[in-house]
Design a protein around this ligand. Structure first.
Ligand SMILES: N#Cc1ccccc1-c1cc(NCCCN2CCCCC2)c2ccccc2n1
Length: 157
């Protein structure tokens, strides 16, 4: 979770908030910094499940981000109904996340709730859960969230 300074805000969501969404948060934060937009953004991530509340991200994801010189600093948390009026964008990784997000979404939600993969210039819509796989799954998530971060910024700036 990043400093709450921004007039723009994005919340990345996956199942357990230890693999995909913390990687998306870290890569997006790095990307906005590279573009000089860092002070405009509030960036965070969460899960739809409560399996790992308070824990650090998966060590395979941390290791891959480190190899790419991308800082990551997050503790797992579960999505709340307040998130839907706090964040302008709420991005899920796969269709199961989207179903679970929409189950929690309150009537007064103002957030734009979308698949992050919809911003991938290569059209890879779904960012699969790497939990049961190997290191190559985390590299694939990294490549997808990097493309989606660039694609999203290109669309809104
Ligand atoms: N569920 C599923 C699933 C389905 C397909 C692919 C991956 C997963 C999968 C499974 C996980 N933990 C194992 C089951 C946890 N227990 C489930 C029953 C309640 C007590 C907890 C994950 C944990 C963290 C991040 C991603 C995870 N993803």
């Amino acid at each position: 979770s990043m400093a709450a300074t921004g007039k723009r805000s994005v919340l990345f969501v996956c199942l357990g908030n230890i693999c995909r969404s913390p990687m998306a948060e870290a890569v997006f934060a790095h990307t906005v910094k590279e573009h000089g937009y860092a002070d405009e953004w509030t960036i965070d991530s969460c899960g739809t499940a409560d399996y790992h509340i308070g824990k650090q991200p998966d060590k395979r994801g941390i290791a891959y981000l480190k190899s790419q010189n991308i800082p990551v600093n997050h503790r797992c948390r579960e999505i709340t109904q307040e998130d839907f009026t706090k964040f302008e964008y709420i991005f899920g990784m796969d269709n199961s996340n989207m179903q679970n997000i929409n189950r929690v979404k309150p009537k007064n939600s103002t957030a734009k709730v979308e698949l992050f993969g919809s911003y991938d210039p290569k059209g890879q819509l779904i960012i699969e859960d790497p939990y049961y796989g190997g290191d190559e799954g985390f590299e694939e998530v990294f490549e997808q969230v990097t493309r989606c971060s660039e694609g999203f910024l290109k669309k809104i700036y």
